[in-house]
Design a protein around this ligand. Structure first.
Ligand code: GLN
Length: 222
């Protein structure tokens, strides 16, 4: 079976350990550089990207992880994990010395943190998500019920990045819990090579298909 690491420095890594186990994989927490060795894939959880960045550097995980990403390690980042995979942050936080937060990078995207604004810091919506055909039934592919918790959106995608899901501006008359965004659709899920990222948290709703897609990517089936 596959061995999936979950970066367990901060954030909701326990939920991702469970979600990875539910796919049938062996799931292990990663806190030390040696624990990156021998993984078939890695999940970077939601949480606080500045805290995960600082802890990863303090625990000397950041540089080895960058090397593994460059060598093609499959990685799935959710929310803060998406920020940490991004090559660029539109509005990086700075620490007390004025130094901007860092990312592991690998995904050629620009993210904006906490992008959906105050009233919509947290919201839920249904998304059409590309690449979940394996879950199709007679009525088609069910949408992904997505929970956003101060999530980022993707403002720029590089030429090799595929957009998998977007939050659409609300139609008038849509259900009251639906997001209503002025202007354009917002990109909230992307894939590039063996890297997958979502702005939202499939691990909190019992949605299994995003983790299954990641496993299929690792197996070369997606
Ligand atoms: N806003 C957080 C950050 O910037 C991400 C929130 C989350 O992961 N739920 O890291």
């Amino acid at each position: 079976g596959l061995k999936i690491g979950v970066l367990a420095l901060q954030g909701d890594f326990r939920e991702h350990l469970r979600a990875a186990q539910d796919t049938g994989a062996q799931a292990v927490p990663v806190r030390r550089p040696e624990e990156l060795d021998g993984l078939d894939g890695l999940i970077i959880p939601g949480g606080e990207s500045t805290a995960i960045d600082k802890l990863a550097r303090a625990f000397e995980l950041a540089d080895p992880l960058r090397k593994y990403i460059a060598e093609g390690l499959p990685v799935y980042g959710s929310c803060a994990g998406m920020i940490l995979l991004a090559s660029d942050i539109a509005d990086p936080a700075t620490d007390l010395s004025g130094a901007p937060q860092q990312t592991f990078g690998g995904l050629d995207i620009t993210v904006r943190r906490n992008a959906f604004g105050r009233q919509r810091e947290s919201f839920e919506t249904d998304l059409d998500f590309k690449g979940l055909d394996f879950s199709a039934t007679e009525s088609g592919v069910e949408p992904v019920h997505a929970v956003f918790i101060r999530g980022p959106w993707v403002e720029r995608v590089g030429p090799d990045v595929e957009v998998l899901a977007q939050v659409e501006p609300a139609d008038p008359g849509q259900a009251s819990h639906a997001v209503s965004l002025p202007g354009a659709a917002r990109i909230v899920a992307v894939r590039s090579g063996q890297l997958l990222a979502t702005s939202f948290h499939p691990e909190v709703t019992g949605e299994k298909r995003v983790h299954e897609l990641f496993i299929r990517m690792i197996r070369g089936e997606a």
